[in-house]
Design a protein around this ligand. Structure first.
Ligand SMILES: [Zn+2]
Ligand SMILES: [Zn+2]
Length: 346
């Protein structure tokens, strides 16, 4: 099969012919229909999230089942499916309790296993993790339901319990930030965003952000507190950087909830945090990572009921050959929207 292979930190991805994946006994092999390109892939490419080389990145995908293992009950050839980027074992005590994102036996395509920048992808534990592609949803959009949309959904509903009428502050309007904006608006929240790219701020305004603050212009947290009449109820950090993490905490009103969604990596594994804001504001701080597969119906029902259009998320449809350049572009502030590989076969 064709795959985009990473052979060293910050090396250009090379599109090569590699062996097809074997089908796991309790899993499936998917023909990849679409694969999103995410900042977490950039962490792998740039060495902030080290993986053994050579490696195939890619962790948010939509695919068609082409092979099933003998232990698979729910799926057959031809099914079109999505999966969370965390593939939980499905059987351990944490999985049984519904906490698949902390499963100790989790498999992470694109990180701990070959990923979806390829024609074919092996997905273990298929019965526990796969969800059918919703009727009428394009694979390119569905790919974003593997990481960015699901991560934002879990952050807002599974962690911070965002309520209608509350102010949501979103720091960073990349894929997760845009997803949070769209979901938050559809949930009836008022949304303010912070970024440093004018086109992204302009897009956020057109998608319903009531305030779009340019962090280059001064103290973004102070501007947010002013724009929201005293501070946001919920702040979501979507970059994993010290200035945005501190800003998110300082943007909250008292008893506010902050969700750390961006992954601290590389130089930012530890960072200074304004604990005075946590103490004096009596804030709650959540970490979150991914979404358990059992929560897909809640998200898909919400998307159906609200008719929320996720299409504004997707800015670029690219080929496998373009994946390397898209990853390298995360070195700098990015234009609005996400890139999705929709042509893996070439
Ligand atoms: Zn991701
Ligand atoms: Zn488990």
């Amino acid at each position: 099969m064709r795959a985009a292979v990473l052979r060293g930190i910050r090396a250009p991805l090379s599109v090569e012919t590699v062996p097809d994946p074997d089908c796991p006994p309790d899993g499936v092999v998917l023909r990849v229909l679409a694969s999103g390109i995410c900042r977490s892939d950039w962490h792998v490419w740039s060495g902030g999230d080290p993986v053994p080389m050579p490696h195939i990145p890619g962790h948010e995908y939509c695919g068609e089942v082409v092979a099933t293992g003998p232990g698979v009950i729910r799926w057959r050839r031809g099914d079109r499916v999505i999966a969370p980027f965390i593939l939980a074992c499905g059987t351990c005590p944490d999985c049984a309790a519904g906490h698949q994102t902390i499963c100790a036996d989790q498999v992470l395509p694109g990180f701990t296993a070959p990923g979806s920048f390829a024609e074919y992808l092996a997905v273990p534990h298929a019965d526990a993790n796969l969800t059918a592609l919703p009727e009428g949803m394009a694979p390119a959009l569905a790919a974003a339901l593997g990481c960015r949309v699901t991560t934002a959904w879990q952050a807002l509903t599974g962690r911070a319990a965002l309520q209608p009428g509350e102010w949501l502050a979103v720091f960073g309007t990349g894929g997760i930030g845009l997803s949070a904006l769209l979901l938050g608006r559809a949930m009836g929240a008022r949304v303010a965003v912070v970024d440093v790219v004018e086109e992204k701020l302009a897009l956020a305004r057109t998608l319903g952000a009531e305030a779009a603050i340019d962090a280059r212009a001064g103290d973004a947290a102070e501007a947010l507190r002013a724009a929201t009449g005293g501070g946001a109820h919920v702040a979501l950090e979507a970059l994993g950087r010290p200035e945005t993490t501190a800003g998110a905490l300082r943007s909250l009103r008292k008893l506010g909830r902050m969700v750390q969604v961006g992954m601290p990596a590389g130089d930012h594994l530890t960072m200074p945090v304004p604990m005075d804001a946590v103490y004096s504001g009596q804030l709650a701080v959540f970490g979150t990572r991914g979404m358990p597969a059992w929560r897909y119906p809640s998200l898909l029902d919400f998307l159906g009921a609200t008719r929320l259009d996720l299409a504004p998320l997707i800015a670029r449809r690219v080929t496998l050959e373009d994946a390397g350049a898209e990853l390298a572009a995360f070195d700098h502030p990015m234009p609005p929207g996400i890139a999705v590989i929709t042509d893996v076969a070439g």
